[in-house]
Design a protein around this ligand. Structure first.
Ligand code: ASP
Length: 280
């Protein structure tokens, strides 16, 4: 059993050592809880549970603590993909729910599995999700300074369970200060993809991740016979050629975990019951 999570990027120039320590501690705590949950649950259940914990942590740009768009509203995106049956579901630009990933979970059982905007919110309401403001003081301050900080905070989780099944979930508040209506990569197959061979979650500049078709490309390369290391390396070489800014985490069906970034440095933790590997 393996679990790897990310919390976006860490910027040495704009974030303090104290923030780094807080993020490290939060990831350690969350990955331990996720791993414990995994002992008695499937990969799919575990990515949803763990992504909820990440969404509930205001240090990250997903759920509570999501960034604010140019018109002062928060619109969040989240997706889940179950590797064993290749089912993807997601919400794009949903407003006022606490855990977008839980709405994506509900959509897994629907025929229409990716909803956006008002439709996503109406669906969430019909499923009993209450209106919830995910705005925090910190994000409001950033918004008032008109900060676009695509390098901080999207979350993701990839899991391999005891049956060898893979799943992935990714959740984001977007870039911050974006044009309303902009679509993040996180609820697309570029940012969040899994099949029975490999599962990958991405963070970084959504437009670059989509240009590089990142998650889907890495997973397809593993299916076509490349090792997870080569699949990441080749895909990031191509991303660098188009000057893309991104990071990704993944696990293959043999239990190999891998992470890579095009720029320093992705905030991640990986755990298999031994020692936790943590970003420094
Ligand atoms: N990928 C996200 C987006 O572009 C942002 C991030 O990962 O920080 O919406």
């Amino acid at each position: 059993m393996k679990i790897i999570i990310h919390g976006g990027f860490f910027s040495e120039s704009s974030q303090s050592d104290d923030t780094k320590l807080k993020k490290q501690n939060a990831l350690k705590d969350i990955i331990e809880k996720g791993y414990e949950f995994l002992q008695t649950h499937s990969a799919l259940e575990t990515v949803i549970y763990t992504t909820c914990l990440l969404e509930d942590c205001p240090l990250f740009n997903a759920g509570i603590g999501s960034q604010i768009q140019a018109d002062g509203k928060i619109r969040m995106s989240a997706a889940i993909m179950n590797g064993s049956d290749c089912k993807f579901s997601g919400v794009i630009n949903i407003e006022k729910v606490q855990n977008p990933v839980l709405v994506a979970e509900k959509l897994l059982k629907e025929e229409d599995r990716v909803l956006s905007g008002q439709g996503a919110k109406q669906y969430a309401n019909s499923q009993g999700f209450e209106s919830f403001s995910t705005e925090t003081e910190e994000r409001k301050k950033e918004y008032n300074m008109k900060l676009k900080s695509s390098k901080t905070g999207t979350v993701g989780c990839v899991v391999l369970d005891r049956e060898g099944k893979l799943a992935v979930a990714t959740s984001t508040g977007g870039k911050g200060f974006e044009i309303p209506g902009r679509v993040s990569d996180s609820a697309t197959i570029a940012g969040n993809y899994a099949n029975k061979d490999c599962a990958v979650s991405c963070t970084g500049v959504g437009e670059d991740i989509i240009n590089g078709a990142l998650a889907c490309k890495i997973v397809t390369r593993v299916t076509d016979g490349q090792s997870i290391q080569s699949a990441f390396k080749n895909t990031f070489t191509e991303l660098n050629e188009i000057d893309g800014f991104a990071g990704a985490i993944g696990i293959d069906s043999k239990g190999n975990m891998f992470w890579q970034e095009s720029h320093p440095k992705i905030v991640f933790a990986a755990y298999d019951g031994g020692e936790i590997a943590l970003f420094e």
